[in-house]
Design a protein around this ligand. Structure first.
Ligand code: MLT
Length: 252
């Protein structure tokens, strides 16, 4: 039987427990969504860095006209960087053909936590069906939520629940861990609430995100629009793949 685990925070699973598995890394607001958007819009690769200093150092000596630095601290543009962490900034005009050196507070850390995985992919709501299709036949799937500042965030749990729900709709031989079952239940409840409210699921999710920790942080700094972008179910069909060996996230 195939196994599906959801980890609400990186610290709730050791790197070694992820060895050899498929890991879907989710930082819904906003790193995962932004990485998907950048690659869908033609960025040649995204290179995640833990620290701002490492990102700047990697860019030293390179022709800055040929690459972009992107990411955030406190949700805001990092001094000296070209782009923040809003998916809206990663248009094809801006990113097509360019590598992006990228550092965010929680998302890039969660990616590093998956460095022993056999396959590490970036999951979000914008690429929900693409991710589900990509991992459907893998025997051991872990969904790793980034959280915010070491705390569990409902937005990541909902996105994990969406993957869990879509993956296990048919009785197709998945064993779920308790957190996976709970995340799936939260997503199914959201679906039911959207129906009761007579709203599309994307619309309802965007509304729900306003009341999540990550959503509240973004509202506080004026990024309301990003909640809508990050809630667009299946607006993209990319499956970004992180190779720890090369330190690059690319499309297959
Ligand atoms: C992160 O990686 O911490 C987030 O993506 C923060 C943000 O939304 O800017």
């Amino acid at each position: 039987m195939k196994q599906l685990a959801v980890h609400y925070l990186p610290k709730l699973v050791s790197e070694h427990e992820l060895t050899g598995a498929t890991v879907v890394v989710i930082d819904l607001l906003r790193a995962s969504t932004t990485i998907c958007t950048a690659l869908a819009n033609g960025a040649s690769e995204v290179r995640p860095f833990l620290e701002v200093a490492d990102t700047l150092q990697a860019a030293e000596g390179l022709d800055r006209a040929t690459l972009l630095l992107g990411g955030e601290r406190g949700g805001r543009l990092i001094p000296g960087f070209d782009l923040g962490n809003s998916p809206a900034e990663y248009t094809s005009d801006r990113v097509c053909g360019k590598p992006i050196l990228f550092s965010t507070t929680n998302g890039t850390r969660a990616l590093q936590h998956a460095r022993l995985a056999k396959r590490a992919i970036v999951g979000a709501i914008v690429n929900l069906s693409a991710v589900v299709d990509a991992v459907r036949n893998d025997p051991q799937v872990h969904i790793l939520c980034a959280g915010t500042g070491g705390e569990i965030t409902r937005e990541d749990v909902l996105a994990a629940g969406a993957v869990a729900s879509r993956l296990t709709t048919a009785p197709n031989g998945w064993r779920l861990t308790e957190p996976a079952t709970s995340a799936r239940k939260q997503w199914v409840e959201l679906e039911a609430a959207a129906q009761t409210a007579g709203r599309s699921l994307s619309e309802h999710l965007a509304e729900e995100l306003r009341r999540t920790p990550g959503g509240e942080n973004l509202l506080a700094i004026g990024h309301d629009q990003d909640l809508r972008l990050c809630a667009q179910i299946d607006s993209l069909s990319v499956v970004p793949n992180f190779s720890p060996a090369t330190g690059r996230i690319t499309l297959p």
